[in-house]
Design a protein around this ligand. Structure first.
Ligand code: DGL
Length: 270
């Protein structure tokens, strides 16, 4: 029994950690494609090729269900994968929809027409590829009307986190928040649309101010995964062992991951 969690690098660990807490009996296999991070500056074909290769590896590791804990892959590759690549007995799910359901206060699978929602001004912080895809605005438009979204492409933040340079990452977050505020001075909500960003959630919150409701995906996705598995228990695949796979240098990636999660994590070569 194992569920796969994929990210371009370390960001998906924020989702993995929340999922482990919510579902302590489910073993997770994590795949971080650190050798090819960041994805956020790549084009859609490249992201599709890298993501399908990684998901294939997770299928081989005994996962029938894989969560793309990467907004960039969810935005740039997921639809194409679901339409023409994912085998019938497997599932690959993204991280956008649960977040948008939380933002618009919708229940899972509520397919009623879009309606007015409480939140009107939303700041989206994401990678350049996610922002360019406009996938967030598209999913939101299926569910809500009258929501003004201002997107800020946060160049450099994922690279700095992957390199472990948190001082640079913090400085970049503050400058991206400033840039966003010049376009939207008073957002009501801010969406951290990249799974690396919860590692800097306090910095986003402080720069945005306490009045801004900051949504990050970890707990929202974990809750939605628990709900999905309750309805589809057969999707917990045949794998039984927890594992951490990386395309990067296992020792280096293990050190960073241990530092972020404050528990010992040992990656092996994917
Ligand atoms: N954590 C990935 C995401 O959620 C980062 C993408 C990247 O590698 O640039 O978008």
């Amino acid at each position: 029994m194992a569920v796969g969690i994929f990210d371009s690098g370390l960001g998906g660990l924020t989702v993995l950690e929340a999922a482990r807490k919510r579902l302590p009996d489910v073993p997770f296999v994590y795949f971080g494609d650190s050798a090819h991070a960041p994805y956020g500056v790549r084009d859609a074909d490249d992201i599709y090729d890298l993501t399908t290769r990684a998901v294939e590896r997770l299928f081989d590791a005994g996962c029938d269900l894989v969560i793309l804990a990467c907004n960039t892959a969810s935005a740039a590759a997921l639809r194409r994968m679901q339409e023409s690549w994912v085998p019938r007995e497997k599932r690959v799910l993204g991280v956008f929809v649960p977040l948008i359901e939380a933002l618009t206060e919708r229940q899972w699978g509520d397919n009623s027409p879009p309606r007015e929602v409480a939140v009107k001004h939303v700041a989206l912080f994401a990678t350049p590829a996610t922002v360019a895809s406009r996938a967030f605005q598209r999913e939101l438009a299926f569910r809500a009307i009258g929501v003004d979204v201002e997107a800020q492409a946060c160049g450099g933040v994922v690279d700095a986190i992957e390199e472990g340079d948190m001082i640079l990452a913090e400085a970049l977050v503050r400058s991206h928040v400033d840039a966003l505020r010049r376009k939207m001075p008073s957002p009501q909500a801010a969406v951290l649309g990249c799974t690396h960003y919860p590692l800097l959630q306090d910095v986003f919150q402080e720069a945005l101010g306490a009045q801004v409701n900051v949504y990050s995906q970890a707990n929202i996705v974990a809750e939605s995964l628990a709900d999905y598995l309750e309805r589809h228990p057969g999707m917990i695949g045949p794998g039984t062992a927890e594992a951490y796979l990386t395309t990067g240098d296992p020792a280096r990636v293990s050190n960073r991951a241990t530092q972020f999660l404050r528990r010992e994590i040992r990656f092996t070569a994917a």
